[in-house]
Design a protein around this ligand. Structure first.
Ligand code: MRU
Length: 353
C-alpha cells in the first residue's frame, strides 16, 4: 500500500498546511486545510493531528502560517510576531516534547539568520526547516522499524496501546513501524490493539492502519490486556512515547503504565519505540513530565452520547508515565537502548547526536 500522508505543505512559504482530520477516522478519510496559525493550533488541540512526531511537524508548519502576514513588512514586526506565534503554539498541548523540540529548532534557525535575512527570506528559511523536520521523520521512522523488527519473532502475538503509527508521524510510525517492518520482512505476526479510552485512538486509528496493510489485528478493550497476556496470546508489547526522561521513564497515552505492569507480571518484554526528538534529557526522571488534563466531557460524553450522570466529578489525565524499570528496551533511530538506564541512554544518544 502507499504510505499515509499525515500532513502536507502545499506551495511555497505563502502556501498552506493540509492534514488528515484524524477525528473523522475510520469512517471518513478526509483532509483539512490550515491557512492560519489558529487553525493549526486548533487541529493540534483537538487531535485532528496527533501523536508526538506529527504534532512537532504540524507546529513547525504552524509557525510558517503564523509569520505569513508579516513577511512583507519590517523585520521588527516579523520578530515580534515570530515570538508570539511560537509561544502560542507551545500552549496547544503540553506533554509531547517533540512540539517544543520542533519550535526550538525553528527558533535556532531564525536566530542564526535574523541579522542578515529579510522577513521574506526568514519565512522561506523557516519553511525549509519545517520541511526538513518532516523529511527527517520519514527516515527516522524507517530506522526505528528496522531496529525494532529484529526483536519480533515469526509467529508472535504482539500488543500495542494508542496509535503510534503513520498517522502519528510523517508516515510510517514508531511502535507500528516495528510491526510493519517485521511483517514486510516476512514474519507472521498478530497484533492486539487496545482500544484506548477515552478517545479510542487504538480502535479508530491503529486497527485501521494495520487493516490497510493487511496485518492481522484483533481489537480489545483496554481492560482485557492482562487476560489476553494470561492466555499466552502476546509475546511482546511495543508502544510509542510522548516524552522520555533522562533515566528512561516514558510518558505515553493514559493506560500504557497499566499495560507495562501487566506485561511485567506475565514476563512479557515491554518496549518503547520513539525518535531522539522524544527524549527530554533536561528532566532527570518522569516525575517532571507535564501531564495534559483534558475536558471531562471526553469521558462523560464520548462520541456524542452521555455515559455518566450529570455533574459527576471526573479526572481525565491524557498520559501516564511508565517507570524505566518496566521497559525492556527503548527503540530509537540509532538502535536499541538496553538496559534502560540514564548511563546507557546518555551513551547511545550522546555518542550519536
Ligand atoms: O493524545 P495523542 O493521541 O496525541 O497521544 C498519542 C500517543 O500517546 C502516542 O503513543 C505517542 O504520541 C507516540 S506517537 C509515535
Amino acid at each position: 500500500m502507499t504510505n499515509i500522508e499525515t500532513l502536507r505543505w502545499v506551495g511555497d512559504w505563502a502556501g498552506h498546511l493540509e492534514l488528515i482530520d484524524q477525528t473523522l477516522l475510520p469512517i471518513e478519510l478526509a483532509t483539512i486545510e490550515c491557512r492560519d496559525v489558529e487553525t493549526a493550533w486548533e487541529a493540534i488541540k483537538m487531535l485532528r493531528v496527533r501523536g508526538a512526531p506529527a504534532i512537532g511537524i504540524a507546529a513547525a508548519y504552524g509557525v510558517v502560517l503564523g509569520v505569513q502576514p508579516v513577511a512583507s513588512g519590517d523585520k521588527e514586526s516579523f520578530c515580534r510576531r515570530f515570538e508570539e506565534v511560537t509561544e502560542y503554539l507551545a500552549k496547544s498541548r503540553p506533554t509531547a516534547v517533540n512540539l517544543f523540540w520542533a519550535l526550538d529548532r525553528l527558533k535556532r534557525k531564525a536566530a542564526a539568520l535574523q541579522g542578515t535575512a529579510s522577513p521574506k527570506e526568514l519565512a522561506e528559511s523557516l519553511l525549509a526547516e519545517a520541511r526538513a523536520i518532516h523529511e527527517e521523520d520519514r527516515r527516522i521512522c524507517r530506522d526505528i522499524g528496522r531496529h525494532g523488527a529484529e526483536l519480533i519473532e515469526d509467529g508472535q502475538g504482539v500488543l500495542t496501546h494508542c496509535n503510534a503509527g503513520g498517522l502519528a508521524t510523517a508516515d510510517y510510525g514508531t511502535a507500528l513501524a516495528v510491526f510493519f517492518a517485521a511483517a514486510e520482512s516476512g514474519k507472521r505476526i498478530h497484533v492486539y490493539a487496545d482500544e484506548t479510552r477515552p478517545l479510542l485512538q487504538g480502535a479508530r486509528l491503529t486497527t485501521w492502519e494495520l487493516q490497510q496493510r493487511g496485518i492481522p489485528v484483533t481489537l480489545i478493550c483496554d481492560s482485557m490486556a492482562a487476560q489476553v497476556m494470561r492466555e499466552g496470546r502476546v509475546q511482546a508489547v511495543v508502544t510509542g512515547a510522548d516524552r522520555i526522561a533522562a533515566n528512561g521513564d516514558a510518558a505515553n497515552k493514559i493506560g500504557t503504565y497499566s499495560v507495562a505492569l501487566a506485561a511485567a507480571a506475565h514476563k512479557i518484554p515491554f518496549y518503547v519505540a520513539a525518535p531522539q526528538s522524544t527524549f527530554d534529557l533536561s528532566l532527570p526522571s518522569g516525575d517532571g513530565i507535564p501531564i495534559e488534563e483534558r475536558d471531562p466531557r471526553e469521558i462523560t460524553h464520548g462520541f456524542g452520547r452521555q455515559t455518566a450522570p450529570d455533574g459527576i466529578d471526573v479526572y481525565n489525565p491524557a498520559f501516564d508515565v511508565t517507570p524505566a524499570e518496566l521497559i525492556a528496551g527503548l527503540i530509537c533511530e540509532k538502535g536499541l537502548i538496553q538496559p534502560v538506564t540514564a548511563e546507557r541512554i546518555a551513551e547511545v544518544l550522546g555518542a550519536c547526536s
